[in-house]
Design a protein. Structure first.
Length: 354
C-alpha cells in the first residue's frame, strides 16, 4: 500500500505539529507550534498541554495545507503519533486523525514516537539509512539501538531512571534557568569551564564488560543528585551566581561523556561506525561534536537539523509512510498508549554480533 500526499500529526507532549510529505518524501508543508505556557512551571503540565493541542490543532493543520497549496481532500493518508507520550495530549491528535481519516476515507497509521525520531534524519540526508547504531535521546526516553534495517531494532541499552532530556530540564530548574532546559544549559555552559566541577558519570566504569546489565544502560538520577548537592553548597557560600555557568558546563560534559561512551561501546561491539542520533537532545552541539570526534574520519554521524530533531509532524509522516508501505494501516479504533511498545524491538544483539 502506498500514498501520494501523507499528513503527519504530532501531539505527544508540548509541540503541536503537522506536516505534508509528497510521494517522494519531500516536505511540502510543515508547521510546529511550541507551547510556551509551561515555561512558568519549569516543566510540562499535562492538562495544559492537552488543552493547548485542542485549541491549536486545526490552525496548525490549516497552515500546513496552505504552505503546500493543498486542501484536506488532497490528502491520501494520515499518520499520527499514538504513543508514547502524555495520554491527554496523544488523545487529542489521535482522535482528530481518526475522525478526519474516516471522513476522507483514507488510511490511518498510528505511529510510535521514538521510531519517528529514527526517520527524521532521512528526510534531509539520503545516506541516513540502516545499518547504524542509533542513540535516541529525548525528554522522556533514552535508547541505544542496533538497527540493521528499517523495522528491526535491537535494544542494547536504555535509561534506568531519568531520560537525558528530563535531566537537562531538572538541572536547568535547579540553576534558575528557563524551560526548556536543554537549550538553556547549552547557552549557559558555553560561558563555563566543564572541568571546574568534577561530577560523576553514573553507570560508566572501565571494568564493565559486554553482557553485564549496566554495560549499555544509562542512569542520570545520581548525576542530578550530585548537582543538587553542589548547588546547595554554592548557595550556602553565596557563590551560585558566579559558578552557574561552570556547573552547567560540568553537568553537560558529564551527560555527553556518558552518552558518547555508551554509544562507542555499541559501535565497537557491532563493528558499525555509522551512528544516527535522534530526539530533542540530539540538537545539543556538544553531544554532536563529541560523537563526531570519537567516531573519527572513518566514522559517520547521521543526524537531523535542530528543527527536525525536536518533536515534529514530518518525522511522523515519514514513519507512517514506512509502516503503510508494509501494509500496516491502523484500524479506526486504534488507541493511544503512553507506554506504547516500540515496534520491531528485539532485546540484545543478534547471534554473531555479541
Amino acid at each position: 500500500m502506498s500514498a501520494g500526499l501523507i499528513l503527519g500529526l504530532e501531539t505527544s507532549c508540548d509541540e503541536t505539529s503537522a506536516a505534508l510529505l509528497d510521494a517522494d518524501n519531500r516536505i511540502v508543508g510543515h508547521v510546529i507550534h511550541s507551547q510556551d505556557v509551561h515555561e512558568v512551571y519549569g516543566g510540562v503540565v499535562p492538562e495544559l498541554a492537552a488543552r493547548a493541542h485542542l485549541q491549536k490543532v486545526d490552525a496548525v493543520v490549516d497552515a500546513t495545507l496552505r504552505q503546500a497549496d493543498a486542501a484536506l481532500p488532497d490528502v491520501d493518508a494520515i499518520a499520527v503519533t499514538a504513543g508514547p507520550g502524555l495520554i491527554g495530549a496523544l488523545l487529542v491528535g489521535l482522535t482528530w486523525a481518526k475522525g478526519v481519516a474516516y471522513a476522507l476515507d483514507v488510511p490511518l497509521v498510528a505511529v510510535h514516537h521514538m521510531e519517528a525520531h529514527l526517520f527524521a534524519a532521512a528526510l534531509e540526508d539520503p545516506s541516513a539509512h540502516p545499518p547504524f547504531v542509533a542513540l535516541l535521546v529525548s525528554g522522556g526516553h533514552t535508547l541505544l539501538l542496533w538497527v540493521p534495517e528499517w523495522g528491526t531494532y535491537h535494544l542494547l541499552g536504555r535509561t534506568r531512571d531519568d531520560a537525558a532530556g528530563e535531566a537537562f530540564d531538572k538541572v536547568a530548574k535547579l540553576l534558575g534557568l528557563p524551560y526548556p532546559g536543554g537549550p538553556a544549559i547549552q547557552r549557559t555552559a558555553a560561558e563555563g569551564d566543564p572541568g571546574r566541577h568534577r561530577l560523576p558519570r553514573p553507570m560508566l566504569r572501565r571494568d564493565q564488560r559486554p553482557g553485564e546489565p549496566d554495560y549499555f544502560d544509562v542512569s542520570f538520577s545520581g548525576l542530578k543528585t550530585a548537582v543538587v548537592t553542589l548547588v546547595e553548597s554554592l548557595e550556602r557560600d553565596g557563590r551560585l551566581d558566579e559558578e552557574r555557568a561552570h556547573v552547567a558546563a560540568s553537568f553537560q560534559e558529564a551527560v555527553v561523556d556518558v552518552l558518547a561512551s555508551k554509544t562507542m561501546r555499541a559501535v565497537e561491539l557491532t563493528g558499525c561506525r555509522r551512528v544516527l542520533v535522534g530526539g530533542g537532545v540530539s540538537a545539543n552541539a556538544r553531544l554532536r561534536e563529541e560523537l563526531a570526534a570519537r567516531l573519527g574520519a572513518e566514522g559517520e554521524l547521521l543526524r537531523a537539523t535542530p528543527r527536525l530533531s525536536l518533536d515534529n509532524g514530518a518525522m511522523v509522516a515519514r514513519a507512517g509512510r514506512f509502516r503503510l508501505e508494509r501494509g500496516e494501516a491502523s484500524a479506526l479504533d486504534a488507541s493511544a498508549d503512553p507506554n506504547l511498545p516500540f515496534p520491531g524491538l528485539i532485546e540484545g544483539l543478534p547471534t554473531g554480533r555479541r
